[in-house]
Design a protein around this ligand. Sequence first.
Ligand SMILES: *Cc1c(COP(=O)(O)O)cnc(C)c1O
Length: 297
Amino acid sequence: MQSDLLQEINTQAWGLPAVKLSILRLDLLSHLGAGNKLFKLKYNLQQAKEEGRQLLLSFGGAWSNHIHALAALGHSEGFKTLGIIRGEPAHGLTPMLEDARAWGMEIHFVDRGEYRLRHDEEYWRQLRQRFGDCYVIPEGASNDLGASGCGEIINLLQSPNIDYQVLVTACGTGSTLAGLIGAAPKDKKLIGVAVLKGLREMEVSVADTAKSLGGGNGCDWTINHNYHHGGYAKVSEQLKTFILSFEKRHKIPLEPIYTGKLMYAVFDMIAKSEFNAGQHIIAVHSGGLQGRRGFDW
Ligand SMILES: *Cc1c(COP(=O)(O)O)cnc(C)c1O
């Protein structure tokens, strides 16, 4: 792997117990800081190509990392892209949507009521009628193709073989975690940090997806629900303070929606001695840095 993708973090500088902690910098894989969405889109785009589709359609909010990555990747791979965006045109374009439009994405705003239909097959049929023969990618690319692409994140740690025991990643839908579980060697422990509040059914969908990818029977995994800081996109004062000091000390950018909550959780778990001495813990920096622009800190 590119040797600079894995960076060791000195936890003793924070007065924490000495453990070996590294960050897997998926944000460095593209100059856009796109991270896990590159993996989630890989096989979805491949499938669209095999089916000979030229238009990719997907769903997201006005700051969606998924829509941002879809517009960028679609553009570089010669697809047309269309984003069904929850929101009002009157609110203007966020920097995320401005980027997406610059990459040629057509933006179609829908209200909350219509956005709620985004998982509905009948709605997808209507979208195809309206916009033409498009390949529909679910929100977040959180389908089996997306999860199986995330399994390839494990490959980054395999040649050359990195010695590690625990892999920690932020969970929105949990499909990235499911892909990791599906691909990880059985002796690894995987921990997901939920960024949404009270999504207890996530364990079931993660287990199902990992199983359908042919894995998940071996390695030990769990989802920690204690670090959502009030819910999706909610930022506590402690979280903000943590992110700003982390960025200053380690010169690694985080954003508050996913990677900030992840690192906060990892540091807190280290402080509470929840890891065994001598373990090498790897936290996955899943990218999303375009969304940092939404926070005026
Ligand atoms: C989408 C996203 C996640 C969550 O991925 P899931 O597969 O939905 O759990 C984590 N981190 C970042 C930066 C993301 O953009």
